[in-house]
Design a protein. Structure first.
Length: 115
């Protein structure tokens, strides 16, 4: 290994040691609120399935990385908000359970890919 390559490797290891595994940016306060809402209102079905649902709801990680939602409709804020508020398929609607501010926070968190 050349000296230059060894030095580059050493700097890469040192940078990793300083930053650790946390390469993702910290959540904004709005995203953090959305994460809390997701954990208490969505994760029971979409991650944990602790309700023992026969049909497991879709995983929402990277939801906005795709062009389409699992239902086949475009992955937009409006479509996701509509699904949450009105329900879709076996998912019940949650109208009246989210303020606009909370919905904005949930959407902001979903845009992070669920960090």
């Amino acid at each position: 290994m050349s000296r230059l390559a060894a030095r580059a490797l050493w700097f890469a290891i040192a940078a990793f040691a300083v930053t650790g595994c946390r390469s993702a940016q910290e959540l904004t306060p709005q995203q953090a609120e959305g994460k809390h809402l997701y954990r208490v209102r969505c994760a029971h079905c979409h991650e944990d399935n602790d309700l023992a649902l026969k049909k497991v709801p879709p995983d929402l990680r990277g939801l906005f990385d795709r062009k389409l939602l699992p239902s086949g409709i475009p992955a937009t804020d409006a479509a996701v908000a509509s699904n949450v508020l009105k329900g879709r398929g076996m998912m019940p609607g949650f109208a009246g359970r989210f303020t606009q501010e909370q919905m904005d926070a949930l959407l902001a968190y979903l845009h992070t890919g669920l960090r």
